[in-house]
Design a protein around this ligand. Structure first.
Ligand code: FES
Length: 179
């Protein structure tokens, strides 16, 4: 008898657990659509959702390359000497004339001229130029010899345009949002 009285609760425990497990599965199924709605869908990823870039780790005189919408983007922290040299050269820009001031963006009304953000594709045939190289120590494209300055302006070689500037804005003094 004792065995029988023990087996009943065990059986009920099993049924309870089985019910609980089914409940957990149903719960997970209900949660999943919520999570999947919060993630960008495939077409959003392909189109390239905006990205935030923390500038704080990029020291003066350094640059990073990130990939966005399948293209490289250079983010460069210019030194005071580089900024001065680029500004001084404004009248010398012949291929695609653009003052240095047009190559930077402002935050709270102040030009953030130490930051240059450009697409990392040469405007000639799209090669990825090398940073801190060439006659102007900006970027040098080894494919056919295009020299860009620290503002990404084409100074010498076959490239017809300055490095393109992506759509971006400062979120704070140390953060930008691209896209
Ligand atoms: S692709 Fe850069 S110089 Fe031709």
């Amino acid at each position: 008898m004792a065995d029988h009285s023990m087996s009943e609760p065990n059986r009920r425990d099993f049924l309870f657990l089985a019910t609980g497990a089914a409940g957990a599965v149903a719960g997970a199924a209900a949660v999943w659509p919520l999570i999947s709605q919060m993630l960008p869908d495939a077409s959003t990823i392909a189109a390239g959702a905006p990205v935030e870039v923390d500038l704080a780790p990029i020291g003066e005189g350094k640059a990073i390359t990130l990939k966005w919408r399948g293209k490289p983007i250079f983010v460069r922290h210019r030194t005071k000497a580089e900024i001065e040299a680029a500004k001084k050269d404004d009248p010398e820009i012949k291929i695609d004339p653009e003052p240095d001031a047009k190559r930077v963006k402002a935050f709270e009304g102040k030009a953030q001229e130490q930051w240059i953000v450009v697409y990392g594709n040469c405007t000639h045939l799209g090669c990825v130029p090398t940073g801190f190289a060439g006659d102007y120590n900006g970027w040098y494209c080894p494919c056919h010899g295009s020299h860009y300055d620290s503002a990404g302006r084409i100074r010498k070689g076959p490239a017809p345009k300055n490095l393109f500037i992506p759509d971006y804005a400062f979120q704070s003094a140390t953060k930008i949002k691209i896209g």
